[in-house]
Design a binder for this molecule. Structure first.
Ligand SMILES: Nc1nc2c(ncn2[C@@H]2O[C@H](COP(=O)(O)OP(=O)(O)O)[C@@H](O)[C@H]2O)c(=O)[nH]1
Ligand SMILES: [Mg+2]
Length: 355
C-alpha cells in the first residue's frame, strides 16, 4: 500500500488533497490535529493532518504466481468434472428421456449435480404420466427448493434494515432503489444512514441518491455514532431506516468484526446479505459463510441481468436456508428491482425449458 501524509487547514481541504493525489479509492488511515506557528501559544493555527493510503497494483512476480495458482485450480476442476461426468452418465443411463432432458437443462443452468439428482429423483418418484404433468410437478418441487420470498414488510411497524455484502455487489444502488420504492410507491418516511466512510467516494454516492429522492441521510463514523442515531436522534421518526455499509472483502476479518459490532442486538431489525449473481457458485458459498458472523436474516440477489445461468438460485438455498428478499436486474434507480417472488425466480431458472 502506498501511504502518504497530507496537512491542511481544514479536514475538507485535507480530504480534497487526498482525493486529488491518490484518487477516489484512497483509504483514510488516521487523522489528527496540531497547532502551527504563533508565539508562546498565542496566534497559533490549528492544522489537520491526514494519513491516507491506496492499494498499489501488484508486481509482475505476483501476477505470474497468481496465474500459476489459477492454472492449478483449473486443472483440479477439470479432473473433478471428468469424474462427475462419469458418475452422471451412470445416473442418467436408467432414466426416461424427458427426465434426462430436464437433468441436462438444469445442469446447463449450473445446478450442482448432487442437487440436480435429488430433484430428478423426486420427479421420478412422482411418476407423472403426461408431459404437462411433468412440468407442473417440477415447478412444485422447485418452489420448495427456492422458498417463499420475504421482502421488507412494515405493516404499520417502524423498521431499521441494514445491508451487507462484498464490495461492488450493488449495496448502495439497491438501497437507493428500495428507498425510492418505499417513499414513492408506499408513501413512507424513509431515512438513510451510511457507515461506509472507508472510501471517500462512498458517502457522496449515497448523498446523491438521497438528494434525488429528497430524504435525509446521516453518516455514522463508528458503532457509537450509529447507536446514538438509532437510539436517540432518529428513533421513532421514520417508518424505515436503511443502513448502507462498507463493502468488505469476505476475507477481511477486521472489517467483518467491525461490521458485527455495528449491529448491536436490538438496534437493527433486519440484516440483508447482498449477493451478486454474476459471482461464481463456490465464491457465493464462501461469502455466505464469512458473512454469517453478522447473522443475516435474508439474502438479496443483484445483477440478474448480468448472469447467463440461474442454477445458483437453487445452489445458494442448498447451503443457506435464509429467504430471498429482493432481486435486482440492472443499474436503473429505482426501476430495476423486484420482490423475490418464487414464480419470477422460477421463470429465470426454467423459463425456456421445453419438455
Ligand atoms: N448490471 C447491474 N449492475 C448493477 C446492479 N446493481 C448495482 N449495479 C452496479 O454495480 C456497481 C456497484 O454498485 P454499488 O451500489 O456501488 O455497490 P456497493 O459497493 O455494494 O455499494 C455500480 O456500477 C452499479 O450501478 C444490477 O442489478 N445490475
Ligand atoms: Mg456502496
Amino acid at each position: 500500500m502506498k501511504v502518504k501524509k497530507y496537512v491542511a487547514e481544514t479536514m475538507q481541504d485535507a480530504i480534497f488533497k487526498v482525493k486529488a493525489d491518490l484518487g477516489p479509492d484512497a483509504i483514510i488511515l488516521n487523522t489528527s490535529k496540531f497547532k502551527k506557528g504563533g508565539f508562546l501559544g498565542l496566534f497559533s493555527r490549528t492544522m489537520v493532518e491526514v494519513v491516507a493510503g491506496v492499494e498499489e497494483k501488484s508486481t509482475e512476480k505476483e501476477f505470474q504466481n497468481n496465474l500459476a495458482l489459477q492454472e492449478i485450480a483449473e486443472l483440479k476442476n477439470m479432473v473433478h468434472e471428468i469424474h462427475k461426468n462419469w458418475e452422471n452418465d451412470r445416473f442418467l443411463q436408467d432414466l426416461p428421456e424427458e427426465l434426462v432432458e430436464i437433468y441436462k437443462y438444469l445442469n446447463d443452468q449450473g445446478v450442482i449435480s448432487s442437487l440436480n439428482k435429488e430433484i430428478i429423483s423426486l420427479l421420478e418418484k412422482g411418476n407423472p404420466e403426461k408431459k404437462e404433468e411433468l412440468l407442473s410437478h417440477l415447478k412444485l418441487i422447485l418452489k420448495e427448493y427456492i422458498g417463499e420470498g420475504q421482502g421488507i414488510v412494515l405493516n404499520g411497524q417502524k423498521k431499521v434494515v441494514a445491508f451487507v455484502g462484498a464490495t461492488g455487489v450493488g449495496k448502495t444502488t439497491t438501497i437507493a432503489k428500495l428507498a425510492a420504492h418505499f417513499v414513492l410507491d408506499e408513501g413512507k418516511k424513509v431515512c438513510l444512514i451510511t457507515t461506509d466512510t472507508y472510501r471517500i467516494a462512498a458517502v457522496q454516492q449515497l448523498q446523491t441518491y438521497s438528494d434525488i429522492i429528497n430524504i435525509p441521510i446521516h453518516v455514522a463514523y463508528n458503532e457509537k455514532e450509529l447507536e446514538k442515531l438509532l437510539s436517540y436522534d432518529l428513533k421513532g421518526k421514520y417508518d424505515l431506516i436503511l443502513i448502507d455499509t462498507a463493502g468488505s472483502s469476505w476475507n477481511d476479518r477486521f472489517q467483518l468484526g467491525r461490521l458485527k459490532r455495528l449491529f448491536r442486538e436490538g438496534l437493527v431489525d433486519e440484516v440483508h446479505l447482498i449477493l451478486s449473481l454474476n459471482t461464481k457458485s463456490h465464491i457465493q458459498k464462501e461469502v455466505v459463510e464469512k458473512f454469517s458472523i453478522v447473522n443475516p436474516d435474508k439474502l438479496l440477489l443483484t445483477k440478474l441481468d448480468e448472469a447467463n445461468r440461474f442454477g445458483d438460485l437453487l445452489n445458494i438455498r442448498n447451503f443457506c436456508k435464509l429467504p430471498y428478499s429482493y432481486i435486482t436486474m440492472g443499474q436503473n434507480v429505482p426501476d430495476d428491482i423486484q420482490a423475490a417472488d418464487t414464480d419470477i425466480l422460477m421463470d429465470y431458472l426454467i423459463g425456456d425449458l421445453d419438455v
